[in-house]
Ligand binder design. Structure first.
Ligand code: MAN
Ligand code: CA
Length: 311
């Protein structure tokens, strides 16, 4: 008990000392009375509890702050992680876009190549079309030629019906008539009258070219006999046409008056008394005739109807 009193007294002394010291430290401006009141109040046992409460509150506040910081850090970390995810997503997206871009470039190059191929194919088709159009023209010419030949062959039919008629050896059967082209070197050139006499020996006469078909057929034949080394003026063939009776009035052997004709440009010009007509091997068959002096030495063409075979 005494120990308790002593210890209680010692406690009070120590406590009062502490209170007084604190009083000096914290409230040195306060009056002594106030010091005494404060000292008395702090001497109360609740004072220690308040201190603990304050400490606990401080700790709680600190814990709350730490928790808030922790949460903040968590949120920040999440954001960073999300950012990292976004970066990864963007990277993936960039990779995907790069792949798409590369594919698009590849497809574009393929399409470009395809287009180039198509253009070159189109060019080739164009050339082929031009070529075929040329061939069509060729076929058209061939068809015309064949039709002409058919017409010639058809013209033989009546003659065949009438019995077997033919041309003399060395003569050419053409458009139902027989022709002699005095083109060989064994027959020298001669004047119009002598040429006619040669024809008459065979029962023939100089050719009468009174149709377009005859002019074309005869031009084709004499063009084949053409000697390029010979001057054109010496390359003609006498035909059965003259203006010897009335100058400028051209007549066939039977007296029929010429209708049109196939004169060369500027012909007939009667240059130095040219009263006899000749056909020349020219590319343009519609400009095939000249008038020439009748004594001029030329080749000639005879004509006669086919004859029956002598029985
Ligand atoms: C020249 C020209 C023509 C004429 C011939 C006859 O070419 O004088 O007019 O018809 O000779 O060969
Ligand atoms: Ca002439």
């Amino acid at each position: 008990m005494e120990d308790g009193e002593n210890s209680g007294t010692a406690f009070e002394r120590t406590y009062n000392k502490l209170v007084c010291q604190e009083d000096v430290d914290e409230h040195h401006l306060h009056s002594n009375q106030e010091k005494r009141q404060v000292s008395m109040s702090m001497v109360r046992p609740e004072y220690g509890l308040n201190q603990y409460r304050r400490l606990a509150i401080s700790l709680a506040v600190l814990a709350v702050l730490l928790l808030a910081v922790d949460i903040g850090l968590g949120v920040y970390y999440n954001k960073l992680a999300n950012g990292q995810h976004s970066l990864t997503d963007i990277n993936n997206e960039v990779v995907k876009l790069q792949v798409s871009y590369n594919n698009a470039i590849r497809r574009r190059d393929e399409a470009k190549k395809e287009l180039t191929d198509m253009i070159s194919q189109q060019q080739r088709t164009k050339w082929e079309l031009q070529h075929l159009l040329g061939r069509v023209q060729d076929y058209k010419k061939q068809t015309d030629k064949i039709q002409n030949e058919i017409a010639i062959l058809k013209s033989h039919i009546p003659m065949i019906k009438d019995g077997c008629r033919h041309c003399l050896p060395g003569w050419t059967f053409m458009n139902s008539l027989c022709y002699f082209f005095a083109s060989s070197d064994t027959l020298s050139r001669r004047g119009w009258e002598q040429a006619r006499q040669h024809c008459k020996r065979f029962g023939a006469d100089l050719v009468v070219i009174d149709s377009r078909e005859k002019q074309l057929a005869i031009t084709d034949l004499i063009n084949n006999y053409k000697d390029p080394s010979r001057p054109m003026s010496a390359s003609g063939f006498w035909i059965g046409l003259r203006d010897v009776v009335d100058e400028g009035i051209w007549r066939w052997l039977d007296g029929t008056r010429l209708n049109g004709g196939f004169w060369n440009i500027g012909e007939p010009n009667d240059q130095g008394n040219e009263d006899c007509a000749a056909v020349y091997p020219r590319d343009n068959p519609f400009q095939g005739w000249n008038d020439a002096p009748c004594n001029h030495g030329l080749k000639w063409i005879c004509e006669m109807t086919p004859r029956s075979t002598p029985s």
